[in-house]
Design a protein around this ligand. Structure first.
Ligand code: FMN
Length: 200
């Protein structure tokens, strides 16, 4: 299975990465850390409207977007920062604006880790990303409780939940054989398929 696990944690020994790896152990795939890549924030230049690709020349355009398009599923992980996702993950999500018709029907998974506050709003931010891209969220998301490095290892509920996320992704991938599925419409025009909005 071609599942891309994306970590928005800047920590080397990261709670988020730990839970992502637990899910990855179920599905296979690849874990990337956004801090290993140079990713500029979206400039809202709208050139992508005209040329159908992002004109910012960085690792997002050159390396990550091609890999994302090839994937069957994308699991986004983030530490909870001020009740939201990390700046690294937010920049990553915004930069997919230029390919918003390319993730349709991919499976989405969510992992967030925080000390105490704001899990729901961080999960909601990731779910909004999945829904905007017309992806299929695998479940309500994994929430780990941890503050210090490695602390999430002791959150057995979160570890089990990450395992279940992996299994759920496999289950959905088994169900969604895109070519045969009754809800996959290969005949949609580019315009019908597009979930883009016109700039106001
Ligand atoms: C800038 C910053 C903001 C944070 N904001 C929150 C928060 O709003 N809620 C919370 O529960 N924890 C918050 N934390 C704690 C982290 O979410 C926590 O340390 C988490 O385990 C980090 O995950 P990681 O090890 O994967 O990086 C914050 C930490 C930092 C550095």
């Amino acid at each position: 299975m071609n599942i891309l696990y994306v970590s928005g944690s800047p920590r080397k020994t990261s709670n988020t990465d730990y839970l992502l790896k637990v899910a990855l152990a179920e599905t296979g795939g690849r874990l990337i850390k956004l801090t290993d890549y140079r990713i500029e924030p979206c400039k809202s230049c709208w050139f992508c409207q005209k040329v159908h690709k992002c004109v910012v020349e960085d690792d997002m355009t050159k390396l990550l977007i091609p890999e994302l398009i090839e994937s069957d599923g994308i699991v986004l992980g983030s530490p909870v920062y001020f009740n939201n996702v990390s700046a690294q993950l937010k920049a990553f999500m915004d930069r997919t604006w230029c390919i918003r018709d390319k993730f349709r029907n991919k499976i989405g998974g969510t992992v967030v880790v925080g000390r105490h506050y704001g899990f729901e709003s961080a999960v909601t931010a990731v779910n909004a990303f999945f829904l905007k891209h017309e992806m299929i969220p695998a479940n309500r998301g994994v929430c780990g409780i941890a503050f210090e490095r490695d602390e999430v290892v002791g959150d057995r509920e979160a570890v089990d939940s990450a395992k279940r996320l992996g299994k759920r992704i496999l289950e959905l991938l088994g169900l969604i054989d895109k070519k045969d599925s009754f809800f996959y419409n290969d005949n949609l025009s580019e315009q019908e398929r597009s979930c883009e909005e016109k700039p106001s």
